[in-house]
Design a binder for this molecule. Structure first.
Ligand code: GUN
Length: 291
């Protein structure tokens, strides 16, 4: 069993980006600039956005964080997105999800200019991805592809079972794994909460991508010997042995699954840091396309 070390891989990729940005600046080019919008004070969202802004600073990117109260109107938020679309200094825009219930996430995502859609959530980005055209790939699936490539894990012809069909992870992941690209060319089964006898699918899987948002959902009895396990989940559970009274676990029950796996991502320090890499690579790309 080998741990897929997201922290180490992301450090390697971030070094490459940092060097590229330094060269761009030396040559008088424009500094890539990411704008992030955070609505409300969901602790998990605050942590994710904080990490993204911090990484921008590490890599020499510019960053702008716009914070708004939970009770802002949808029209107000749409106007703020439009301001960022019109601002020539801003290369990439991300609106941290989830948004409060009274604001339509679709309306907000659709309002982001596709050239600045570094999260890859806009219908144009997702449509281009489906057709295999060059675009911004959604950050988490992109980060997982970067990780597979880094470890030279060949999934050609392999059976990949994706658990979860969200617009952000499961659905785009299933498309990307099946594309005629490298990494890609896998045979993909997309499973979800209504799948009957999920275990019969996971037991056949050479690769499992767990993105269902349920703590330690995938257990050792559900995987075959030698499977590659990618854990996208970030769930906080009670743990009286910790000072904080809680800890983070993935969608995979690491202790029972790891001994059967050939490769496995831990939580934390697995997919999480790779998502940030995907976002940073997209922001650099947005800036380079524009300038
Ligand atoms: N919420 C959970 N994951 C993500 C992500 O990758 N991007 C944004 N904007 N919101 C998220």
């Amino acid at each position: 069993m080998q741990i897929l070390d997201g922290r180490a891989v992301s450090a390697h990729i971030k070094e490459q980006i940092k060097t590229e940005v330094a060269t761009i600046k030396q040559n008088g080019g424009k500094t890539p600039h990411l704008a992030a919008i955070l609505v409300g004070n969901n602790p998990a969202s605050e942590a994710y956005v904080g990490n993204k802004v911090k990484t921008c600073q590490e890599l020499g990117f510019g960053s702008t964080l716009l914070r708004f109260d939970t009770d802002i109107t949808e029209d107000f938020l749409l106007a703020e997105v439009q301001n960022l679309n019109d601002n020539q200094d801003i290369d990439g825009i991300l609106v941290q999800l989830p948004l409060p219930k009274h604001i339509s996430e679709n309306a907000v995502i659709n309002a982001i200019h596709p050239n600045k859609d570094v999260d890859g959530f806009h219908p144009i980005s997702q449509g281009k991805m489906l057709l295999g055209q060059d675009t911004f790939l959604p950050a988490t699936p992109y980060g997982i592809l970067l990780m597979l490539a880094h470890y030279n894990i060949d999934i050609t012809g392999k059976h990949c079972v994706v658990i979860g069909r969200s617009n952000i992870v499961g659905s785009p992941m299933s498309v990307l794994l099946a594309r005629n690209t490298n990494p890609g060319n896998a045979t993909v089964t997309l499973t979800h909460s209504r799948t009957q006898d999920l275990k019969s699918f996971t037991l056949q899987a050479d690769v499992i991508i767990a993105a269902i948002g349920k703590a330690r959902f995938l257990t050792g009895d559900m995987v075959k010997e030698g499977a590659i396990i990618i854990d996208v989940g970030i769930n906080r559970i009670d743990d009286a042995t910790r000072k904080s009274g809680s800890r983070l676990v993935g969608d995979v029950d690491f202790d029972s699954v790891a001994p059967k796996s050939s490769y496995i991502t831990p939580v934390p320090k697995g997919v999480g840091p790779m998502t940030i890499c995907g976002l940073m690579k997209n922001t650099l790309k947005a800036s380079q396309i524009k300038h």
